[in-house]
Design a protein around this ligand. Structure first.
Ligand code: UDP
Length: 149
């Protein structure tokens, strides 16, 4: 089954809306297989945002992401990477549709509440950065029979 890395950024934790993000994924039918609160290091975030290392916004995003705890999660289910991005909405909250997390809870790009992997490959790479293998739990949910045909 496909997996993705979803994180509630420091703004989402400080604004006490972590449950909103969790609820969206739970309600859709996805399975939570990893979750922890992390004070991320500069090294971890540099690895996470390596593709943006030379972009002008890199110092800003890293400084923001180290400003408070991040809720790191692994969610599992069919097409969860693409659907997860849809649940979160466009990167710029002002362009994000209402009904998405960023559309409902964000205004500025640098305070866009959440992160979601943009491909299956990124998801696997990011999950390795944020979680050790034993922190991702494998289990069966009875509701799966009612979610998948
Ligand atoms: N970001 C920013 N300014 C920009 C572009 C990106 O502050 O001009 C931040 C924004 O919070 C975004 C993150 O950097 O979520 C990573 O950017 P990316 O393009 O990977 O967007 P995402 O995959 O998070 O939607």
């Amino acid at each position: 089954m496909e997996r993705t890395f979803i994180a509630v950024k420091p703004d989402g934790v400080q604004r006490s809306i972590t449950h909103k993000i969790i609820a969206k994924f739970e309600e859709k039918g996805y399975k939570l297989t990893g979750i922890k609160l992390v004070n991320a290091s500069l090294e971890l975030l540099t690895e996470h945002y390596i593709e943006h290392k030379d972009k002008p916004f890199f110092p800003k995003i890293v400084s923001f992401m180290t400003s408070g705890p991040i809720l790191a999660m692994c969610w599992e289910g069919k097409d969860v990477v693409k659907q997860g991005r849809k649940i979160l909405g466009a990167t710029n909250p002002l362009n994000a549709d209402l009904g998405t997390i960023r559309g409902d809870y964000g205004i500025d790009m640098g305070r866009n509440v959440c992160h979601g992997s943009d491909s299956v490959e990124s998801a696997e790479r990011e999950l390795k950065i944020w979680f050790s293998p034993e922190e991702i739990v494998s289990y069966k949910k009875d509701e799966e029979a009612w979610l998948y045909e």
